[in-house]
Design a protein around this ligand. Sequence first.
Ligand code: PLP
Length: 458
Amino acid sequence: MRINLSSHDLKAADHAHHLHPFTDHGTFGIDDRKVISRADGVWLWDTDGNRILDGMAGLWCVNVGHGRSEIVEAVRAQMSELSYYNTFFKTSHLPVIELSKMLAEVTPAHMNMVFYGSSGSDSNDTVLRMVRSYWDIMGKPDKKVIISRKNAYHGSTVAGASLGGMGGMHGQGDLPIPGIHHIEQPYWFGEGMQSGMSEADFGVWAAQELDRAIEELGEDKIAAFIAEPIQGAGGVIVPPDTYWPEVKKILDKRDILFISDEVICGFGRVGEWFGADYYGTTPDFMPIAKGLTSGYLPLGGVVMSDRVAEAFHNSAAGEFYHGYTYSGHPAACAAAIANLEIVKKEKLVERVRDDIGPVLQKFWHALGEHELVGEARMAGLFGALELVPDKSDLAKRFANVGRVGTIARDHSFKNGLVMRAVRDSLIISPPLTLSEEEAGLLAKAARKTLDDTWQTLK
Ligand code: PLP
């Protein structure tokens, strides 16, 4: 790297010239930032000489771990051969064909076609346009409304943020755009517990919100339901066991499409290839990104069912006016192929389901005993700890939501572990290559973080 500055001067230059995503710029001082300079496996190093366990796999994406020379070499070779060509105007290229074939093998049997972009957000823009075009092709142009859920995260573009259910995001830029309707989320700890229902009944009730919305808005107006199998950025909301079976029943009897947003859950995070496999749902669309390349290069896409692909193939509607310069970028596809080869060769999906998943879950549930923790939940390697002021009364919450979560997250960094705070919960989503020893170190740093936070609050 050419830049040769002290750690402090790097931070000052970053402060002077770089506007960060999802940041309160008014309070983000020079020394609040960490400059990451190197990574290997599950470990990060910063320019102050700290070694930190990457408990978030970057941003829920570095599934095969950092520093994989197989991916670096595959990208280098592809860039020497064909660094860029587009997939518009009836052209294709080798890596996009190879990757599409590979995806058809690992996605559910009824899904064999993919449309590419560069991120999860633009995949959800694509999905919105495809869903509405599908119904136009089918001669039902009134089916336009997409039902989503409160607290969902589907990206940051105008369509992505509108599909998402984050109030803060909607408050900036006059969102959501018309034609999107948000229903309740299946958040037992956050909302269900206070309802007086059992967890199982709450799961059914939250699922039936979908049916009630379809009734209210009219099935002839509804194009699709979009949901993350487990809400990620919303706080790793693992739904009650009754939720997805009930949603499935509703989807089976209603004439609407189902979009399973697999941007985080896909590629092994929950111990199956996709969240749809984990919950036994049958999507018409799966937006994918993150674990597709493990973040080595930006690549996203929308995998679609045979019935959708057939509709587009048989359409007399003419050209589908949609695509990106980097749809199916050759180097990004080469990164994805090498990444998926690692996932298969090292049996990472099975490893999460049968080996490292259960190991980390055991450590995680033990943290649930801590006096600061109201609930410890985890599916695969995807978990949250809900922090509470009074363990003897789980309905109580901290005043000033988010303050304690932020204190805990800052302690975690100091303890050499990246965890993310969502409201007053702590989140992890480590690389799927995490070893047993590293799982132990992660749990130890998380416990110290809880102890330190407890002390700070005293
Ligand atoms: N969908 C889900 C479920 C996500 O978690 C994210 C990002 O975290 C996105 C979409 C947006 O992906 P990207 O940040 O690559 O645009």
